[in-house]
Ligand binder design. Structure first.
Ligand code: NAD
Ligand code: DAU
Length: 359
């Protein structure tokens, strides 16, 4: 039985990954979820797995060396899947420091703990151990509107404090692979969407606001392009890279699903109108008139687009969920989890929203 240390497992992608892994491997794996439970971490996301014998939750900060070392000392960890991060670009523009602490220093603490636990006296590493560093396509910078893709060989060119901190963490992982032959992979994924996504990000924010008849903030001209991937496809990609990816390699994950932000908003509005039954009072609130152009994000990257050729060729991954299906599943999930949305948007979220948007 393999033991996985998942960091940031109470967040959006981490919790989806944990659900995916238990569905796939059932009782053949043990997952230890180490999470600080910041505003983005939510144990509600893991209610259905919390009583499993092969699931353990540890509340800790990845920057806390003692706490992280203790997890390695008390468990025979086979795999680290490192999600924990500050993940929102807008927050990084307002307060960069925590991004460097968590994303850079936290990654270093984890690398050192795994290296100390896995390194043999001759400087090689125990067979079968792997550290998978979950990163983002934002490290590659911004593409022209009319062409080009991010390949694994594209030079790093981060623009926001968030992407700079993720690029730094990638560089640290690369340096451990090059210097120590530390057994790792890096994955750089495009924009995810799906269940449990915190409504500071575009898709859940638009769904939540539209259902309440609140304005829908569009940055700049709304024509920035993102390459959207259903979160379960990301989880599958991570699992495949973990099992079949060549050590020391980077894999881009993304699904040739480029859309302008304004297109995404129109798709959400149309899908909501289609899915809400006649007579549901929310149907009247969902209107194109809610679209509100606001000041652009500072340093706003124009276009992201992943070339997933390598991950397809080497590990056989491809995106299985078409956007039209993924967005319906996501909206359906939000319909069925109104309480979840109410809980995460009460308290501090209101303060964040008012300071951020002023609309
Ligand atoms: P998220 O913000 O939803 O979740 C982050 C999780 O990390 C939360 O549970 C939080 O409590 C935890 N965390 C934060 N700081 C911590 C610390 N110091 N110690 C321990 N836990 C801490 O993020 P997400 O969207 O699920 O992203 C997960 C990872 O995937 C990140 O590394 C992000 O850079 C990367 N990524 C995200 C996307 C995307 O579209 N969301 C795309 C590509 C890559
Ligand atoms: O590309 C991968 C990245 O995708 C991840 O590394 C990040 O963790 C994740 O947050 C996401 O970053 P983005 O900045 O692309 O996602 P976000 O949902 O914040 O914004 C998507 C696009 O929508 C972007 O062009 C900004 C725009 N936007 C966003 C918000 C929140 C708006 O126009 N209005 C909004 O209110």
């Amino acid at each position: 039985m393999k033991t996985y240390l998942v960091t940031g497992g109470a967040g959006f992608i981490g919790s989806n990954f944990i659900h995916y892994m238990f569905q796939k491997y059932e009782n053949d794996i043990h997952i230890i979820n180490l999470d600080k439970l910041t505003y983005a971490g939510n144990l509600e996301n893991l209610k259905s797995v919390e009583n499993r014998k092969n699931y353990t939750f540890v509340r800790a900060d990845i920057c806390d060396r003692e706490a992280v070392n203790k997890v390695f000392a008390e468990n025979e960890i086979d795999r680290v899947v490192h999600f924990a991060a500050e993940s929102h670009v807008d927050r990084s523009i307002r307060d960069p420091e925590i991004f460097v602490k968590t994303n850079v220093l936290g990654t270093l603490v984890l690398l050192n703990a795994a290296k100390a636990a896995w390194e043999l006296p001759d400087g090689t590493f125990s067979e079968g151990k792997k550290f998978l560093h979950v990163s983002t396509d934002e490290v590659y910078g911004s593409l022209e509107e009319d062409g080009g893709y991010f390949y694994e060989t594209t030079p790093y060119d981060p623009h926001s404090p968030y992407s700079a901190s993720k690029a730094s963490s990638d560089m640290l992982v690369k340096s451990y692979m090059d210097t120590y032959r530390f057994p790792a992979n890096i994955t750089n994924c495009s924009n995810n969407y799906g269940p449990y996504q915190f409504p500071e990000k575009l898709i859940p924010l638009i769904i939540n606001n539209a259902l309440q008849g609140k304005k829908l903030p569009v940055y700049g001209d709304g024509k920035n392009v993102r390459d959207w991937l259903y979160v379960e496809d990301h989880a599958k990609g991570i699992d495949l890279v973990m099992e079949k990816g060549r050590l020391f390699e980077t894999y881009n994950i993304g699904g040739h699903n480029e859309k302008q932000n304004i297109e995404i908003i129109h798709i959400i509005l149309d899908t909501l109108r289609d899915m809400l039954p006649d007579g549901d009072p929310r149907k009247k609130l969902v209107s194109d008139d809610l679209i509100t152009y606001v000041e652009d994000r500072k340093g706003h990257d124009r276009r992201y687009a992943i070339a997933p050729d390598k991950i397809k060729k080497e590990v056989g991954w491809y995106p299985e969920t078409a956007f039209e299906d993924g967005i319906r599943k996501t909206i359906q999930w939000f319909f069925e989890h109104e309480e979840w949305m109410k809980n995460v948007t009460s308290g501090n979220y209101q303060k964040y929203y008012e300071e951020m948007y002023q609309i």
